[in-house]
Ligand binder design. Structure first.
Ligand code: ATP
Ligand code: MG
Length: 415
């Protein structure tokens, strides 16, 4: 079948589960017809790491990046192909490299969101630089760590300014724990943050203009953290959580990201929303995995078929204007942010495109997830993640949740 070809590159680390799902769904989807009647053909390819000439033209039109947050040679390749060749990136290292958790806190505070009180403290250990001793003796102010903690109040959280993967996060209950954690922080740069004693934890995964808000239980083992629960938030709080996730993403131009919010007494506190490589593992997302894979394929196909262009500048003034609107309430600001986010993600155009050009995607995904080929992926994934004596248990656990999704999705598509 002929049509405009589009090559999607996957820049991967150790993952095998979601790339195989993405490749399979894309292959089963086949060529699609755009809104103007034109044909588009999609293929994907795993990107390999090799020397590159800065003037070389890449073959890829879009890249999903899961590697550049720790592997810098491909990160520089991404920046080159974005800057020079307009390759569309999920996500752009231009903002993820410089705007990590700390900057995201600042941005969302600037927009009036309920980010918990947060203080950044200087490094515990000297910075490894010949000039440090002189500079520190001249300019570093002594500070009272205990007084800072008391002002925030116990318990509080100490965690790295650029956190991820729970590295260096601790809950601090008293001055002894405070000093122990600070001493242990070494060369990490730490935040002290007010603890929110939350009623529920909502973790939302967004891909383009689609968001799945999931009930999250951080104290559970990985395979039980996401609870299948469709009504754990009131409609108003649910809408607020969705808006916050989309706002973060539209603000930073992140298109594949997760956002963690803590809900207490109906108030929504965002605590973590700069995840360059959000968790989409089959073993942790289970029931929600088919949704995530479908949304990822749909957004890539939409971006390529409609010729969506990535922007390198953030145009933050539009958000700041809404934040500074005289007399605007929190709810009114959220409404304005939602409009800006929907405009950024072209939500209406995306929905029309999905209805006309991707009408078959639901059936494609359901057929595949219900097939032996998906079950093989499930079994292989369990084998690669868990030790042999746990294979049977986790295969049964995951099969149960996937069967639940297949049943729910079959019902949804029939009604
Ligand atoms: N201010 C807070 N109030 C209550 N709990 C918090 C707060 N900050 C962090 N936590 C708890 O600590 C966990 C890890 O914190 P955070 O998400 O900021 O770090 P992280 O390194 O990004 O972790 P992950 O990669 O697992 O999301 C959260 O999932 C939450 O359970
Ligand atoms: Mg987190």
């Amino acid at each position: 079948m002929t049509g405009t070809p589009h090559l999607i590159g996957l820049l991967l680390g150790t993952e095998e589960d979601w790339p195989r799902a993405f490749e399979t769904i894309l292959g089963r989807l086949g060529p699609i017809t755009g809104v103007g009647g034109e044909r588009h053909v999609f293929t994907s390819e795993r990107i390999t790491i090799e020397p590159f000439n800065l003037r070389a033209r890449p073959r890829h039109d879009l890249v999903i990046d899961r590697l550049a947050y720790w592997y810098y040679q491909p990160r520089e390749w991404l920046k080159k192909v974005s800057m020079m060749n307009s390759v569309y990136l999920l996500n752009s290292p231009f903002t993820f490299q410089s705007m990590e958790k700390h900057t995201a806190y600042c941005a969302m505070m600037r927009l009036g969101l309920k980010v918990p009180e947060t203080v950044l403290v200087p490094y515990k250990n000297p910075v490894d630089n010949d000039r440090y001793a002189y500079t520190a003796s001249k300019y570093n102010q002594p500070f009272d760590l205990d007084a800072l903690a008391e002002r925030i109040g116990y318990p509080l959280f100490m965690k790295p300014f650029d956190g991820g993967g729970w590295r260096g996060v601790s809950k601090i209950r008293n001055p002894a724990e405070l000093h122990a954690a600070y001493d242990a922080s070494g060369e990490m740069l730490m935040h002290l943050q007010e603890c929110i004693d939350f009623d529920v934890f909502a973790r939302s995964l967004s891909i383009g203009p689609e968001t799945m808000v999931m009930r999250f239980q951080p104290d559970q083992p990985m395979h039980r953290r996401y609870q299948v629960d469709h009504n754990f938030l009131s409609p108003e709080v649910g809408a607020e959580v969705v808006t916050i996730g989309r706002l973060v993403n539209a603000f930073f131009r992140w298109e594949f990201n997760s956002c963690e919010t803590l809900i207490k007494g109906g108030e929504v506190y965002p605590i973590d929303y700069a995840n360059a490589c959000p968790d989409v593992a089959l073993t942790s997302l289970h029931y929600y995995f088919p949704w995530a894979m479908k949304a990822l394929v749909k957004w890539c196909v939409f971006a390529l078929a409609t010729g969506r262009r990535a922007k390198l500048d953030l145009e933050t003034d539009r958000f700041f204007e809404a934040a500074d609107a005289p007399g605007a309430s929190y709810g009114e600001k959220l409404g304005a942010y939602r409009q800006l986010a929907d405009a950024y993600f072209e939500t209406d155009r995306y929905e029309d495109f999905c209805a006309s050009s991707l009408a078959h995607v639901d059936d494609v995904v359901l057929d595949w997830v219900a097939s032996p080929d998906f079950d093989d992926l499930l079994v292989q994934t369990v084998r690669s993640v868990y030790p042999a004596h746990e294979h049977e248990q986790f295969t049964a656990h995951l099969r149960g949740l996937i069967t639940l999704w297949v049943d729910d999705e079959s019902t949804r598509l029939r009604t």
